[in-house]
Ligand binder design. Sequence first.
Ligand code: SAM
Length: 279
Amino acid sequence: MKKLIYSIPNELFEIFLVELNGYGVEVLNRDENEVVFALYSEDEEVNTLKISVREIFEDLGNGKLILEEDIQEENWEEKWKEGFEPIKIPPFILIPEWEIYKGNDFIPIKLKIGMAFGTGKHATTQIALSFLPKYIKNNYSVLDAGCGSGILAIASKKLGAKEVDAFDIHKEAIEECKINAWENEVDINCQEKDLSQINKDYNVIIANIQIEVFRKIFDKLVKHFKDYLIISGIFKDKEKNELLEMAEKNNLKLLEEKSKPESEDKPQDLWYGFVFKHS
Ligand SMILES: C[S@@+](CC[C@H](N)C(=O)[O-])C[C@H]1O[C@@H](n2cnc3c(N)ncnc32)[C@H](O)[C@@H]1O
């Protein structure tokens, strides 16, 4: 097992995490200038991970590898477990795959701690999840567009959706979506598919993705939802205005808007989510 220690300027860290697609990161030190963090990897996968990180650093124009070290496997597993406390986003409670929820107050969603985005820690996932109880109805068909771990698809199914598809362009995400569906004993159709290839209509489409992707596929999503389009992943007012313009151009009616700060120490940096219907 390898531990890779990196540093990156503080202002680039959140973008780096999004680009890294949810791969688990352990923050070792963070101040206003710099974040020092560790990534863990199996020996045989470390080179692939290093190349991915190097490419992201090149895109961002900063970031460096400080240290690479061998560690004991038991330590690595313990590190993962320490980082994953249950998260409550009513009516859901997100628990790691090894836990059993014995209460009755929440709907449990079990998540494998692995590669794909969607451990539920991110504000964008939490915003999307919080919309679902109101808009997912029994017997609805749902598309989780850019499913990552499949968390939103699983939540939809647990709320009573009849048929749930989950698409992602990343093979690892689809593998994880399938495992998580199995862990949660729900039937999800997880498919490795680009969103430009949607070819059927759904009552609800949920998409938690970056604005760059919405620029390409928003019009396509609009054509394929019947009742509600749930959007998340929109950062700060500039992106919000751009997204609302796309919606207006497509004659959508805004039903609801939510926001959540990036972190407690950055209350002004808001992530936004929206629910639209056809007008
Ligand atoms: C921000 S993550 C959201 C994951 C999860 N749905 C959640 O809410 O936590 C966005 C996901 O969209 C996927 N994605 C990005 N562009 C895509 C595209 N054109 N087609 C399909 N999936 C895409 C990414 O691979 C990533 O897993």
